[in-house]
Design a protein around this ligand. Structure first.
Ligand SMILES: [Zn+2]
Length: 337
């Protein structure tokens, strides 16, 4: 299994909390209340990664409870809204409208160049190594128009399906042969895929186990699943815990540990061929949170590190986290056996 260290981090906007993030979080909090907490019946669930029912209550965010799995240490919301309610939220909520209007458009060109061009290259290189005959590609529940655009214009794949996008596609030109938008859920897909992407997808699913089970049926033997997510095994999430701006429902309803992620995919017949945590921002996120609020509770060692050591040491510490899969940004490739 490969471990890669390189630039690829989705959490740039969580790094320096500005008015855009503050507004987005406020809108999300209001929408969680109106979509999920007003009359809707929430469903209790076990750990979405390892299925253990042993857990302890961690904290509440926006009125929903986060549980920590006693077995694999995954952090997850329970009780939680069902898939239908979450779909509705991603189609209509004010927070998502704000995301489409501001966060996507303001940073689109930069994100395409810095994040998604390298990501498409990563996909192509991995496919050439592990499954060179792959032609049918599906992007599932995508929230990243710049990624879709880059993928379409790259012309590597003969067939591209954009399955139940959870974002407005008005900024994506996809009127091209071989590109198809499918609104059915993954569970009802009859067409097979050679490769799929799940970028920040498992984080916000209601039924993770059913979803990965459906994925197993959709992918051909040897098919590849490319995934990015944030991980509770990472430094800044462990240190900041409930104070982290990266943990909030419904966007981060499932914050799997590295062990939980492996367990989930292995249970459904996948082999992990790459798991890396190439995040760059963990130390800076903690340092910023501490700078903004010096009374925040962080471990004495971390406080000492930030107060007394220079940027070279902090950089070296971040590299240590990357090399040992202890950064909060995870990318992985799973192959169906
Ligand atoms: Zn678990």
């Amino acid at each position: 299994m490969k471990t890669t260290v390189q630039y690829d981090d989705i959490r740039e906007f969580e790094f320096k909390p500005g008015t855009t993030l503050t507004t987005y979080l406020q809108l999300t909090q209001d929408d969680v209340k109106s979509y999920f907490l007003s009359g809707l019946s929430l469903v209790d669930c076990d750990c979405p990664a390892c299925l253990s029912d042993e857990r302890s209550e961690a904290f509440s965010k926006f009125g929903l409870k986060y549980q920590e799995c006693s077995n694999c240490k995954t952090l997850y919301v329970s009780p939680r809204p069902d898939e239908k309610a979450i779909d509705e939220y991603y189609r209509k909520s004010n927070a998502r409208e704000f995301w489409n209007q501001h966060l996507l458009t303001e940073t689109e060109a930069k994100r395409r160049e810095k994040l998604f061009k390298p990501r498409v290259q990563w996909i192509i290189e991995t496919i050439e190594e592990y499954f060179p005959s792959a032609q049918r590609f599906s992007s599932i529940n995508s929230i990243h128009p710049p990624f879709l655009q880059e993928l379409i214009e790259n012309e590597f794949f003969k067939e591209i399906r954009i399955v139940t996008p959870r974002v407005d596609l008005s900024h994506v030109s996809y009127e091209k042969t071989g590109v198809q938008v499918v609104e059915d859920s993954i569970g009802s897909l009859s067409d097979k895929a050679d490769a799929v992407t799940l970028f920040e997808v498992i984080d916000r699913l209601s039924d993770v186990d059913a979803f990965v089970g459906a994925l197993e049926r959709v992918l051909v033997t040897g098919g590849l699943c490319f995934l990015t997510t944030i991980s509770i095994s990472g430094f800044d999430l462990q240190v900041l815990w409930d104070k982290s701006n990266s943990i909030f429902p419904p966007d981060r309803m499932n914050v799997l540990s590295t062990e939980g992620l492996m367990t989930l995919f292995e249970r459904h017949g996948f082999e992990c061929i790459e798991l890396s945590t190439p995040g760059l921002l963990d130390v800076q996120i903690v340092a910023n949170a501490y700078k903004e609020n010096a009374s925040i509770e962080i471990p004495r060692f971390v406080r000492y590190l930030i107060d007394q050591r220079d940027s070279d040491t902090l950089q070296a510490f971040q590299e240590f986290l990357q090399m040992n899969r202890l950064s909060s940004f995870t990318r992985a490739v799973f192959q169906k056996k």
